[in-house]
Design a protein around this ligand. Sequence first.
Ligand code: PEP
Length: 251
Amino acid sequence: MRRKLVAANWKMNGDKAANSALLTAFVQGIDTAAVDAVVFPPAVYLDQVASAVAGSGIRYGIQNVHSAEKGAYTGEISLGMVKDFGADYVLVGHSERRELFAESDSVVAGKVQAALAAGVVPMLCVGETLAEREADQTEAVVGRQLQAVLDIVGIDAFATIVIAYEPVWAIGTGKTASPEQAQAVHAFIRGLLAQASESVAGKCQVLYGGSVKASSAQELFQQPDIDGGLVGGASLLADEFVAICQAAKGV
Ligand code: PEP
């Protein structure tokens, strides 16, 4: 039985005071015995998050990483540094990284490979744009994004990797995919993994992301192939995020 996982992607938001208030509410309100919870703050706040969630069972990660070990990469952060702060997860291939920072499928695959080698869990984001959905290309796009990673790391790695299906048209737009739309793509993703290994496909946590709110979470999380959510905007609202975690616990 796969555990539910709910992740908070704060993107480039927050400050020490606001983070502190959010983290206090998360620690008080999230039952980590029942649901996996992960916070992705801006990297400069990793230490603050580490201290605030210590002993709570809430885990944390970084929103982006460089795949090289170290060196002349001004402005970048390595997996070793991430581990130095006790982080367990790294977001890879978020659509904002793919689109605004031109991260290709092969760059994304290289980051997944480097994270696995460092013992950090990659949360691999995949998803189609509105134009791609309207052109009936959803499965082709998501399949291509996954295959690029499968080709590099192999199927067994997907027992560790977390996948987040995030239709680009639903991110930050307030337009959540319907539970049926999301489930259809999640089933496609699990089916693609199952072609290589039924047992790995059965273990892999596949999250939905895209304007998840407390009001939509439960119905999404009740779908058989949706194992939780990657939450952006609503993760900056303590009550909303805690309620989303409650919804995951309840199904
Ligand atoms: C995200 O940033 O991964 C995301 C899903 O954002 P939002 O929940 O705001 O759509």
